[in-house]
Design a binder for this molecule. Structure first.
Ligand SMILES: [Cu+2]
Length: 599
């Protein structure tokens, strides 16, 4: 099926229409930039400057020049040279409106390869702008540039952007806010202010050295030294009291927090002392509002929450806090980061703290995640596929590789850690899969035989099998255009059961069911929610459990699906879908841009 779609399209090295020129894109500020005073970070001493030219044309075009450079940043009394976009950490907030065309010219001035992913943007027929290295493009090499040129169609809400090469996203990330069309507004009262809050991780060590060493020894990588709010660790860490994120608020107002979990390897609990949070959106899809004291958010996920401040606050300020949720058998960063919700200036030291669940409180996570429902209204329908063409069952979890004979290894019982889907650990190709597909040159690049059911069924959440070795391959699941897919993601207990936030590129999916233990194909499907399931791009497979999702394969291209824990991604917990073109002209992939990087 991969190659069964007739004659290959001409490899026309041209865009449908040339992007506007990016002449102000240089190291010094352009002659006539629009300097935006942003609410991003919301700490009054920081001004976000984005070199944005806004051109009124038949389509609104937002042009961004992104200079990737090494910049010295100090946290926890440790100064590191880190890659940044336009010198900012975290990176600039990008704001567009639904229907806008976003053109981002990336200049790579660092010694690492880099590429950027616009996390959650569907990139209809336009995988060339999706960004994962070796999947939709070769990475941008040092000294080279590439223009990400895409239109945001049929989507609005909070998304984000991040690097998609090795672990570079630990520093290279920022919000991508898509406002609804002007006439549309929100399905809730307009908030007084909107504030992006990015949760992140800070490592004192060089993270590229951390992952390279772990892949060499086979052991688990070193963990982070701090969690951060908009890049700031706050008063619970060494020398960080002055690096505290403060959200200044007025009494009796409603704020919308655009929460983004940009952490590398940790799901996070979040709460604000003496305040509740009303969740209204997940992964840029509205949900039926529900109110909680604590939420949990996985790496890759975004969540809009409404926060109504007290009319007569008892304290001038309250602590906001994040702490990890994990069941890993390895080490993890078991610290808590604190930021300040500030009605009036107050010392950050002894503020009322929110009560967050214990790090392994899976019950709290389950109670929270069961609240998500689509609006499923006339204006915001839930278009969940009701008929299913293909049923697939994927096991997701850890595994091992044998230790090379000339080496000692630090993984389980002297092996090396690995991770897999259906026991296939993804082998990173040397060239971009999307380009190979477009040119119909598959030999030596990919195989269209990714297993659609577990190759050796076992009691997935029970006692693991003796042999935990994984297979390696660059395998994809080919799909005919417009196939409706039901995918059950089944966690395993190999090397310890833990949750895995699975992210699908190019699509949203509907979460129709979840449970603990092994998925039961007879008794579980009748309990699916097909009426108002939540629509997302990232879902956490429960610890020792399963989750069922559905999507319609209406976006041709090659789309990565992977665990959004970078450590598991590095160990091979990913695969790709190859969605073939449909018969109509508007069901086919667009031709590649002329500046597509070469490997
Ligand atoms: Cu994982």
């Amino acid at each position: 099926m991969v190659s069964g779609e007739g004659t290959p399209p001409p490899h026309a090295p041209s865009s449908p229409s040339p992007p506007p020129s990016c002449s102000p894109c240089r190291a010094s500020p352009p002659a006539t930039p629009t300097t935006t005073r942003s609410t991003y970070a919301h700490d009054e001493h920081r001004t976000v400057r984005s070199y944005t030219m806004q051109v009124r044309s038949p389509m609104h075009v937002v042009l961004i020049c992104a200079q990737v450079r090494m910049t010295n940043v100090t946290r926890l009394c440790v100064t590191k040279s880190i890659p940044t976009v336009n010198g900012q950490f975290p990176g600039p907030k990008l704001t567009v409106r639904e229907g806008d065309r976003l053109v981002v010219k990336v200049h790579n001035h660092i010694n690492y390869n880099v590429s950027f992913h616009w996390h959650g943007v569907r990139q209809l027929r336009n995988g060339w702008a999706d960004g994962p290295s070796y999947i939709t493009q070769c990475p941008i090499q040092g000294g080279q540039s590439y223009v990400y040129d895409f239109t945001v169609t049929g989507q609005h809400g909070t998304l984000w952007w991040h690097a998609h090469f090795s672990w570079l996203r630990v520093h290279l990330y920022g919000p991508l806010v898509i406002l609804p069309k002007r006439a549309e507004g929100y399905p809730f009262p307009r908030p007084y202010k909107e504030v992006p809050i990015l949760f992140g991780e800070w490592f004192n060590a060089d993270t590229e050295a951390v992952i390279n060493q772990a892949l060499q020894t086979g052991g688990g990588p070193n963990v982070s030294d701090a969690y951060t709010f908009n890049g700031l660790p706050g008063p619970t860490y060494n020398c960080s009291a002055q690096d505290t994120y403060k959200l200044k608020v007025k009494p009796g107002r409603t704020y919308m927090l655009r929460l983004i979990n940009s952490a590398l390897n940790d799901e996070l609990f979040f709460g604000i002392a003496n305040h509740t949070l009303t969740v209204v959106e997940a992964d840029a899809n509205y949900v039926k509002p529900f109110t909680v004291q604590t939420l949990v958010i996985s790496p890759g996920q975004t969540m809009n929450v409404l926060l109504t401040t007290a009319s007569n606050p008892a304290s001038p300020a309250y602590a906001m806090a994040i702490s990890p949720y994990t069941n890993t058998q390895g080490t993890f960063d078991n610290t808590t980061a604190v930021a300040v919700l500030e009605y009036a200036p107050a010392p950050a030291g002894n503020l009322p703290l929110p009560a967050l669940p214990l790090y392994n409180d899976t019950g709290a996570v389950t109670n929270f995640s069961r609240n998500f429902r689509s609006l499923a209204s006339a204006q915001y329908p839930a278009r969940v596929p009701l008929a299913v063409d293909r049923h697939l069952l994927f096991t997701v979890g850890l595994g091992t590789d044998p230790c090379p004979s000339n080496q000692t290894c630090q993984g389980p019982n002297g092996t090396k850690f690995a991770a897999s889907i259906n026991n296939n650990s993804f082998f990173r190709p040397r060239t971009a899969l999307l380009e190979a597909h477009y040119q119909r040159r598959y030999a030596g690049v990919l195989l269209a035989n990714f297993p659609t059911t577990p190759p050796h069924p076992f009691n997935y959440t029970g006692t693991p099998p003796n042999n935990t070795f994984v297979q390696h391959g660059t395998r994809v699941v080919p799909l005919r255009f417009n196939t409706s897919v039901e995918l059950v993601l089944q966690g395993t207990s190999i090397q310890g059961a833990e949750s895995h936030p699975l992210h699908l590129h190019g699509y949203n999916f509907f979460v129709v069911g979840e449970g603990f233990g092994n998925f039961d194909p007879v008794n579980d499907p009748p309990r699916y929610n097909l009426a108002d399931p939540v629509e997302r791009n990232t879902i956490s497979v429960p610890t020792a459990g399963w989750v069922a999702v559905r999507f319609l394969a209406d976006n041709p291209g090659v789309w990565l699906m992977h665990c959004h824990f970078d450590v598991h991604l590095s160990w091979g917990l990913s695969m790709a879908w190859l969605v073939n073109d449909g018969p109509l002209p508007n069901q086919k992939m667009l031709p590649p841009p002329s500046d597509l990087p070469k490997c």
